[in-house]
Design a protein around this ligand. Sequence first.
Ligand code: SAH
Length: 223
Amino acid sequence: MSINFKKFSGTGMTSDSSRIKLIENLKNNGIADSRVLSIMRQVPRHIFVDEAISSKAYDNTALPIGKAQTISHPLIVAKMTEIILKNNPKRILEIGTGSGYQAVVLSLLVDKVYTIERIELLHAKSKEIFRKIGVTNIYPKFSDGNNGWKQKAPFDSIIVTAGAKSLPLNLVDQLSENNGVLLSPIEDNGKQYLKSITKINNTLSEKVHGIVKFVPLLDGTTS
Ligand code: SAH
């Protein structure tokens, strides 16, 4: 889907020129997919954080979004989006809606984005932002993402934006048999590795994309 973000373009540190600088920074850090660069150039990241810190929205840094959670670094959003697009997904499940930024970036590149958040307040805030922007192909759910979303499975891709302690097998079950990809930070020896798991006819193959630092994937739900 496409959205006209003009009415959200800010001033000063939240202006267009800040987004252009961010895109230069992403390119310098190895992001090459022009679809990802073009979408991140458009999406006003500053509306996903509190006004008090919106001047930092285009720095390449994670920022607090309340309830001890963070909106991920733009570079990691770009990198994960680039990886996810490789198998041409149409329907994606995201675990960890958080601010909703990653979901919006994805929604402009694929048909449908299902997204699950375990903190009710963040779920509600992100839903309000989706409404404000006018995006209609994101389906947000307040739930424990460890269970995935069986009724909507299988998914072409599942993106986990919180650190899992081990390979989330429930989610692997909900991947398409036909080149479905799970992308998740997975802990090993106290470090988080960003891994993609590809499923082809029940055979899994794994690729490691580097070390990352996400807030933990937790169990259950909370207000
Ligand atoms: N994708 C987000 C960044 C998320 S930070 C963005 O673009 O802003 C990680 C999020 O994962 C947090 O909001 C946290 O509450 C959520 N989370 C952690 N464990 C979860 C679980 N089991 N199910 C759903 N969400 C979870």
